[in-house]
Design a protein around this ligand. Structure first.
Ligand code: HEM
Length: 453
């Protein structure tokens, strides 16, 4: 160990290290680190009183997420998420996580997803009909409209019948929560939950409301004898092969809250960026629309199979996920000491993996800021490192909803493109704002023009 060089250190402020740069401009800091230290592959920064190692290249990222994943647990930021999400897939580790993942995985199997695809398409159709009734001379806040659409989709696919008039309350509560949690996760100077700050009070209110609503749904479903093709049913019936046991109500609640939270805001954020990119790249939009129309043929509604048969739309969604990955950063904690490339990593050290940083690395992506869906054409993807593109993470903790999300995004995009022409309201570029998910600084507002008949 003595002959190993220390991990390069980015000093930042002489007293506070990188704490305030991370709070003020996380994305700027990440790009600066990549530019300055990319050749050295990893760099250490000081945040609050802790040192964090930032991975700058796909090889080291693959090593941590996949090859030696057992040495890396959930980072500190997940502890804060755990206060809200409970012990769910996103926030737990070790044997407990492995068992829960085994139980939940079959619900996301290809065949099961095909059942859910119809729900997604139905929702996409009714969403676009609603948009059709709006005044076309006014721009539409697509960020808000997509939050509603993805909320309805996740609600219907999880709970079947939906939450009726509770949906809006739940959506509002989750939205508040996202703001509060992201401020908290990113703020190393946070006060504990029991301190009655206004933020803590709204956090407790919002979280209580979400828990009450979902607990009510589980109780009702346990008593119902009917069969439902939704995720709740699949999770309720899942049993452990080794013990024959299923999930308790408390486990189910945590998993449902986790799926609900993880499953709609990420997709809405990504779809908003995708539509912004469509509006600002009319040539790409026209080609995508042509593919969607060709696939639809004389029918009025896409089928589940269609969603996998529109390669250009899928390329667009991928390129949008590359430029604006909703999960822009993930954290890990080293459980034991490790060898990270040429360097020694201590036990109990924070590790930061940033899809945003890796997706903008010019070594993997020439002209990284340029929108070019053809990057994902099969002949241009073959030589790329598998961890150069990781919007859904990687290794055993790969997002369980990745195929779900891709299907949903293609359904929404396809339905929208055959109905409207998307036009920007300004030529000013839209800047990203890294909350828990990567949102835009301003809501994305677009004109939706009817296609001439
Ligand atoms: C564009 C949409 C989405 C993006 C970008 C995304 C991204 C991610 C990422 C990066 C992770 C890994 C986090 C880590 O390793 O630290 C993850 C995990 C997870 N995601 Fe997604 N996700 C999306 C949609 C969904 C959907 C639709 C669902 C569910 C319906 C979902 C459920 C989950 C769950 C449960 C985990 C934890 C998995 C585990 O650790 O076993 N996500 N997601």
């Amino acid at each position: 160990m003595a002959d190993q060089p220390p991990i390069p250190f980015h000093r930042g402020h002489f007293l506070f290290g990188s704490t305030f740069s991370l709070l003020r401009d996380s994305l700027g800091l990440l790009r600066q680190l990549q530019q300055q230290y990319g050749d050295q592959r990893v760099v250490r920064i000081k945040v609050g009183r802790r040192m964090i190692t930032v991975l700058l290249k796909p090889e080291e990222t693959k090593y941590v997420l996949q090859e030696n994943n057992r040495n890396y647990g959930r980072g500190r930021s997940y502890k804060i998420l755990r206060e809200f999400l409970g012990d769910g897939l996103l926030t737990t580790d070790g044997d407990y996580w492995r068992r829960q993942r085994r139980l939940a995985q079959p619900a996301f199997h290809r065949q099961k997803l095909a059942l859910l695809a119809d729900t997604m398409i139905d929702e996409a159709v009714s969403w676009t009909s609603q948009l059709q009734r709006l005044d076309k001379t006014q721009p539409v806040d697509m960020s808000a409209a997509l939050m509603e659409a993805t909320l309805r989709i996740v609600t219907k696919t999880l709970f079947g019948s939906g939450l009726g008039d509770q949906t809006t309350r739940l959506s509002q509560a989750l939205n508040d929560l996202n703001h509060i949690i992201s401020q908290t996760v990113l703020n190393p100077l946070r006060l504990p939950n029991w301190v009655p700050t206004p933020a803590n009070k709204s956090y407790i209110n919002a979280s209580g409301l979400v828990t009450d609503l979902i607990t009510g749904i589980i109780r009702e479903r346990r008593q119902s004898t009917g069969k439902h093709d939704d995720l709740l049913d699949m999770l309720l019936r899942a049993t452990d092969e080794e013990t024959g046991e299923g999930m308790t109500d408390a486990q189910l609640l945590s998993e449902l809250v986790t799926l609900f939270t993880a499953g709609h805001e990420t997709t809405a954020a990504s779809m908003s960026w995708t539509l912004y990119l469509m509006a600002t790249h009319p040539d790409v939009q026209a080609r995508a629309r042509a593919e969607a129309l060709r696939t639809l043929g004389t029918r009025t509604r896409f089928s589940a199979d269609d969603l996998r048969a529109m390669p250009y739309l899928t390329q667009i969604v991928n390129e949008s996920l590359r430029l604006y990955p909703p999960a822009w950063a993930m954290s890990r904690l080293s459980l034991g000491p490790d060898q990270l490339g040429a360097y020694h990593l201590n036990a109990d050290e924070g590790v930061l993996i940033s899809p945003y940083l890796l997706h903008h690395d010019p070594a993997s992506w020439p002209n990284p800021d340029q929108f070019d869906p053809n990057r994902f054409a099969p002949d241009r993807s073959a030589d790329r490192h598998s961890y150069a593109f990781l919007p859904f993470g990687g290794g055993p903790r790969l997002c369980i909803g990745n195929q779900f999300a891709l299907m949903e995004m293609v359904a929404l995009l396809g339905q929208l493109l055959v109905t409207f022409e998307l036009q920007p309201i300004t030529s000013e570029p839209m800047l990203p704002r890294p909350l828990i998910t990567l949102r835009s600084k301003q809501p994305i507002r677009l004109y939706l023009r009817d296609w001439p008949v």
